[in-house]
Design a protein around this ligand. Structure first.
Ligand code: ADP
Ligand code: MG
Length: 320
């Protein structure tokens, strides 16, 4: 198939239709309508084989993951996902691979009513770039800069599970207990419902991609604040504790990265309202620390002694 046939076969008309898409795939660019009183949040992420995921990861996982990481940014802004663009660079037009990839991508798009409104196809080393757009009421987006002294620091879900899963994938071992860890890496679930529930409640929010510590530092620096974290309260995946031991699981929770959970700062008086908004949504929220006016980040254990992480905790860096 040539590229136009591939676009018709795999991408045109395959994603949810939305009334705000005036013109989707097929012209030089898409035309999108922004509802009155709303603003657009826009984000883009690239996944490169061998850098962001190991070579040989199943195409369906890559499809899911490439949209999930961009939707995670949309979630962190408190926005409702709306539109996506997909730029694919492929070594060859392997139709089986494309069918698997789009199945993963489109299943996630379907669940969040995201319309694929355009993209690009090129030949080259495997790399996937996804742009995602979301909608928020004017002025209502969650940012990194609004943490205040006395706010509690919260995280969603479990931390370190994806890093543990990646380790299992790399080492080629997939014991049964590892299947859920593997899924945390291969199929992260963007925290859309939580992001929406946090509107008007959280002063600061970020999605955890580089690692809990590194991303919390981003919030605190943007806010001009410091913090205190009790590392024994970091929510660990039981499977990670079972397979790696508690100490190593904690290290991965602290700095492993790829979690795509949300970390946010909020006055504790609002927690009940947040839980009410979340209802029975499948999303745990755990307090792991407190924001301080003193601009340092201290990591403590429950007995009050300092906790020092093992390795480099600065988060994943492409350029040192
Ligand atoms: P142009 O050359 O004008 O940029 P293309 O020929 O690359 O347009 O693409 C034709 C149409 O198909 C455009 O609307 C483009 O957005 C869409 N498209 C191309 N590749 C993809 C893709 N991988 N996923 C979704 N839409 C795509
Ligand atoms: Mg054109």
């Amino acid at each position: 198939m040539n590229e136009f046939e591939l676009i018709r076969e795999f991408f045109s008309g395959k994603s949810p239709s939305r009334k705000d898409v005036v013109l989707g795939i097929g012209d030089d660019a898409a035309i999108l309508r922004v509802p009155d009183g709303m603003q657009v949040v826009a984000t883009v992420d690239t996944l490169v084989e061998g850098v962001h995921f190991p070579a040989g990861l199943p195409a369906e996982d890559i499809g899911h993951r490439s949209l999930a990481v961009s939707l995670s940014d949309v979630a962190a802004m408190g926005a409702e996902p709306a539109w996506a663009l997909l730029a694919l660079t492929l070594p060859n037009a392997d139709e089986k691979w494309l069918a698997d990839f789009t199945r993963g991508f489109l299943a996630l798009a379907q669940r969040h009513a995201v319309a694929l409104v355009g993209g690009n196809l090129a030949r080259g080393p495997l790399s996937i770039t996804v742009t995602a757009h979301g909608l928020v009421p004017n002025g209502g987006a969650l940012r990194r800069g609004g943490a205040r002294p006395g706010d509690h620091i919260y995280v969603s879900g479990e931390l370190g599970a994806a890093a543990a899963g990646l380790r299992l994938i790399r080492n080629g071992i997939e014991p049964e207990a590892g299947e859920r860890l593997r899924a945390h890496f291969a199929r992260p679930e963007p925290r859309i419902a939580l992001g929406l529930a946090l509107r008007g409640l959280a002063g600061a929010c970020i999605d955890i991609s580089d690692g809990f510590f590194a991303d919390l530092v981003h919030i605190l620096q943007s806010s001009g604040m410091g913090g205190e974290v009790n590392v024994e309260t970091l929510p660990l995946a039981p499977e990670a504790v079972e397979l790696l031991g508690r100490a190593e699981a904690r290290q991965l929770a602290f700095a492993g990265g790829d979690d795509y959970e949300l970390c946010f700062c909020m006055p504790p008086s609002r927690l009940a309202q947040l839980r009410q908004r979340l209802g029975n949504a499948d999303c745990t929220v755990t307090q792991v620390g407190v924001v301080t006016a003193e601009k340092s980040l201290r990591c403590l254990q429950t007995d009050g002694t300092r906790w020092v992480p093992d390795a480099d905790t600065s988060g994943y860096r492409h350029f040192k």
